[in-house]
Structure formats: structure tokens, C-alpha cells
Design a protein around this ligand. Structure first.
Ligand code: SF4
Length: 508
């Protein structure tokens, strides 16, 4: 395309204006965006940032933050998702805009509960730390000036006068290193962490902070600002909740799953009912293994369990006929007779497969949905065992499943740090004897698929030809194709509709 010189001038002016809007790609996110954006852009920005923060979480647990591998992987993700990847070093308006807007959207979605706020704050801090530490010294100075954190540099004369004290009070600083490095005078309130850890020299109400420790001060400052902002945003939630377009999107984001859709179409008819016991041991994540065991033991599951497990089974490939047979066989071993099952439960299973009510083909629950909503009560087996089980019970369960003691300790550490999906990834590694699972776990059906790929040497689950459970396979495949309007997890109406569905599962 050719531009006339006037058009070129116009474009140049526009680029200049835009640069003014984001003079630095690293920021404290103090001013919310004011421009109008489409709902499509709103959702896509938010999902990309969520993907990024999940990678940040994952890397933070699997690698030391200062290592090259951590930095390389994070930079690759930032590039892939088109976020600024070397703060201040490049001039990329679109990336900066996306960074700014997406931060504020997730702030809205993740201010809604203490758990969400803590998770968001932690990942944003790690992201900021990486970006800040990637700056050159001069760019750091520039950024500090921009956010009004310009600290007074200690002059050479004063530094020489205090050289012995500075060396004695600053770990890792010999006299010659003190002479080489810049030191800054920082008010005590800003240097509390360094002061508490006895890592700075204090004089007359000022901490003498070497340049390499300035990131601690900046991060503290950012943490305080962001936690306050999250608390303030939470207070304004009622007005946001009244916005019919935004609320479902925000709710959905905070329960969001950002991987592929694990709905039934791909797998229908590939599993026989006889395989389920063995698969539950080899390839089910702990949440589904627990539900399966509870169902086999008590021949019943309450509605939360039936929803979570029923949709998972549907996602791994059980047809409607198989599901009806599976649940009926088990329930009539308990207190429910065949007639009661047909009247009370079969409807809800057909509903689950989009054959009753609104005829919506429902999508299996993601980890975030399971972890964040509908916690189990006494007598329930649904939920995520890493999030909802007492640590002692979890430990016993892991021992029962022959997880080695060192692995149990690692899992419990991750649980303590509230990294539930990472604890589940560790469980995957230990039960499949691999060092690194090579994917970021977001969904119980993803766990199953990856497990099957690994156990079958990279192949997807083989179709079972000789089993009674697949008698209606052809018809059902057709039915699945016809119902290809399945709401995926990225469909904001999905959760609302699921609430309607849950009403059908009220019978315990
Ligand atoms: Fe299930 Fe996800 Fe929890 Fe694993 S992390 S147990 S897959 S909910």
C-alpha cells in the first residue's frame, strides 16, 4: 500500500501522540484506561493476560526466578502473546496498550475474593519483577523518575566517609565493591524489608541502599499500590455487578480456563464402561479418581459430584447411552431402585448431554471452576482435593496411592503456597514417572488426554471396537455433530446456563 506524504505525516503524528500516551512500557498501572473497546477485544485481552499470568505462576514454581531458563521462557511467552517483552527498550504502542487494558480488566475480575486477589497480586508482582530487572541501569533511572521514586544518590565524598559501615552492613559488599556501586538514600518506610532483613546501613532515618537492591524498594511500592487498588476496586464491585454485559464476562474470567475445549465431539465412543475402573487409577486426576472411588463405594454421589464427574466422563468420551447405563448400574446397587433412577436421575443425565430442557450440550468443568466455585460440604466428594481437602487427609490419600514421601512433601508445599494446579501437575509427574509434564494444567480432561497420550506412546486413546457400551456409537457421533453449538468455556453464557442445569440436579 502506498501512502501520500500527507498521509505519512498524519501517521507519524498519530504515532507521536500514541507514544505520549505510553511513554514507558513498564508502569504501576495508576490510571485506568478511558478509551472504548469492543467486548471481543475486552475478552481477548483478558484471556491473553490470564494465559501470561498462568505461565508466570508455573515458571515461578518450577524455576528460580533469576535463572536464564526462567527469563528465556517468560520472554518467549510475552512475545508470543504480544505483550511488551523488554520494558522500555522497544516502542510498541499496541503491546503497551494491550498490557495496560488487560491489567485493568483482570483487576476487575480478580478483586472479587481474597483468594483471587492474592493470586493476582502474586503473579503481577512476579511479572513486574522480571520486567524491571531486565532494564538497563539508565532505563531503571528513567522509570524511577517516571513513577516519582527518584532517590537521592549518595555523593562520592559521603560514600568514602561511610565506606567501612556500608561494607559491614551490606551483605556481599566488600570495600572495593562499595566504591564501585551507586548507593541511594531511601526513607525508612520504603526500605522496611531490607531493614528487617538487616541488609542495609541505616543513618539519620535513611537506609543506604545499593543500586542492585533498589528493585526490592520498587516492588514494595508497587505491591502497596496494587493491593490498595484491588481493595478499592472490590468496593466498587456492586456498581460493576449491575452491568449485565460485564458481570458474566468478569465472573467467567475469574473461573476461566484458557486452554482448548475438552467437550465430547472428539472422543465420543472411544471408552468402554469396563475400562473406567482401570482408567480412574492410571489417567484420572485426583479429583475424578476420588469421585469415582466414592461412587463405587457408596453407589451414590450428591449433585455437585454428579455434575463434576458426569461432565468429565462425557468429555473423555462416554456416550449418552453409556452414561445412563453407568450411573444406573451403580445407583441401583445402593438405595435407588430402577424406577426411581429413571424418574429422578435419567432426565438430568439426558439434560447434561443436551437432550432435555434448553438442549445445550454442556462443557466439562475446568480446574478454575472446580477450585473457585461451589466448595464441597460434609458428605460431598466434588471439588479439587488439592484445594478442598484437609492437608492431613490429602497426605493419607497420597500415601494410599503410593506417592513417595519426597513427592508428598513437594505436593504439600505447593498446596501450602496455594498452587493447586501445580500440585496436581506434580501428582501427574509422580504417577507417570516423568520429570516435566511439558504442559500447563488447566483442565481435568486435559490431564486425562495428556495421560493417555503418554501411556499410549503419543497416540490418542484407541477406539474400542468390541464392547457393548459402544453399541450406539455411530448414532451418537451424529448426534454430537448436530449439537456442535456446544458452549465452550470461553462462552460467557455457559456458566449462567449451567446454573439452570444445576437446578435439575437438586435431588441428593
Ligand atoms: Fe482436578 Fe484440576 Fe484439582 Fe487436578 S487441579 S485435582 S484436575 S480440579
Amino acid at each position: 500500500m502506498q501512502f501520500s506524504s500527507r498521509e505519512r505525516q498524519k501517521l507519524a503524528r498519530l504515532a507521536g501522540d500514541r507514544r505520549e500516551q505510553y511513554p514507558h512500557s513498564l508502569q504501576f498501572y495508576l490510571e485506568p484506561p478511558t478509551e472504548s473497546i469492543s467486548l471481543v477485544e475486552f475478552e481477548s485481552f483478558a484471556i491473553d493476560r490470564l494465559k501470561l499470568l498462568k505461565v508466570v505462576e508455573n515458571l515461578g514454581v518450577s524455576h528460580v526466578r533469576s535463572t536464564d531458563i526462567y527469563k528465556t521462557k517468560l520472554e518467549a511467552e510475552l512475545r508470543k502473546l504480544k505483550f511488551p517483552y523488554r520494558a522500555l527498550a522497544e516502542d510498541d504502542y499496541e503491546a503497551r496498550r494491550k498490557d495496560h487494558i488487560s491489567h485493568f480488566i483482570l483487576r476487575l475480575a480478580y478483586c472479587q475474593s481474597e483468594d483471587l486477589r492474592r493470586w493476582f497480586l502474586q503473579q503481577e508482582m512476579d511479572l513486574f519483577r522480571y520486567r524491571f530487572n531486565e532494564l538497563t541501569e539508565s532505563l531503571m533511572q528513567k522509570f524511577l523518575g517516571h513513577v516519582n521514586l527518584s532517590f537521592e544518590a549518595v555523593g562520592e565524598d559521603l560514600k568514602n566517609e561511610l565506606v567501612n559501615e556500608l561494607s559491614a552492613s551490606t551483605p556481599g559488599f566488600t570495600v572495593s565493591k562499595v566504591k564501585e556501586q551507586m548507593f541511594y538514600k531511601v526513607g525508612l518506610a520504603d526500605a522496611v524489608d531490607l531493614f528487617r532483613a538487616r541488609r542495609v546501613f541505616i543513618k539519620d532515618g535513611f537506609a543506604y541502599v545499593p543500586f542492585k537492591e533498589i528493585d526490592v524498594i520498587v516492588l514494595n511500592n508497587y505491591r502497596t499500590k496494587l493491593s490498595k487498588a484491588l481493595a478499592l476496586t472490590a468496593r466498587s464491585l456492586p456498581s460493576i455487578q449491575s452491568d449485565e454485559r460485564l458481570q458474566p464476562l468478569l465472573n467467567h474470567l475469574s473461573h476461566s480456563y484458557v486452554g482448548p475445549d475438552y467437550s465430547v465431539q472428539k472422543n465420543t465412543g472411544k471408552i468402554s464402561l469396563e475400562q473406567i475402573d482401570a482408567l480412574s487409577v492410571k489417567s484420572f486426576p485426583l479429583c475424578m479418581r476420588q469421585l469415582h472411588r466414592a461412587l463405587r463405594d457408596s453407589h451414590h454421589l450428591r449433585h455437585g459430584g454428579r455434575m463434576q464427574y458426569g461432565l468429565f466422563l462425557k468429555g473423555i468420551g462416554l456416550t449418552l447411552e453409556q452414561a445412563l447405563e453407568f450411573w444406573k448400574k451403580e445407583f441401583i446397587r445402593g438405595k435407588v431402585d430402577a424406577d426411581k433412577f429413571d424418574k429422578g436421575y435419567a432426565y438430568s443425565i439426558r439434560h447434561n448431554y443436551g437432550k432435555e430442557g434448553k438442549r445445550t450440550d454442556y462443557t466439562p468443568y475446568s480446574c478454575m471452576k472446580i477450585i473457585m466455585s461451589n466448595p464441597p460440604s460434609q458428605g460431598d466428594y466434588h471439588g479439587c482435593p488439592f484445594r478442598h481437602s484437609d492437608p492431613e487427609l490429602l497426605k493419607q490419600k497420597l500415601q494410599l496411592y503410593k506417592i513417595p514421601p519426597s513427592g508428598i512433601t513437594q505436593i504439600l508445599e505447593l498446596v501450602k503456597g496455594m498452587h493447586y494446579q501445580l500440585a496436581c501437575q506434580k501428582y501427574f509427574e509422580l504417577t507417570h514417572d516423568v520429570d516435566d509434564i511439558g504442559f500447563s494444567l488447566n483442565h481435568p480432561n486435559q490431564y486425562f488426554t495428556e495421560s493417555q497420550k503418554l501411556l499410549n506412546g503419543g497416540r490418542e486413546l484407541k477406539k474400542e471396537l468390541n464392547n457393548s457400551g459402544n453399541f450406539h456409537q455411530k448414532n451418537n457421533t451424529q448426534e454430537s455433530i448436530n449439537s456442535s453449538s456446544t458452549p465452550t468455556s470461553s462462552n460467557a453464557t455457559g456458566d449462567t446456563e449451567l446454573e439452570g442445569l444445576e437446578a435439575y440436579f437438586t435431588e441428593d
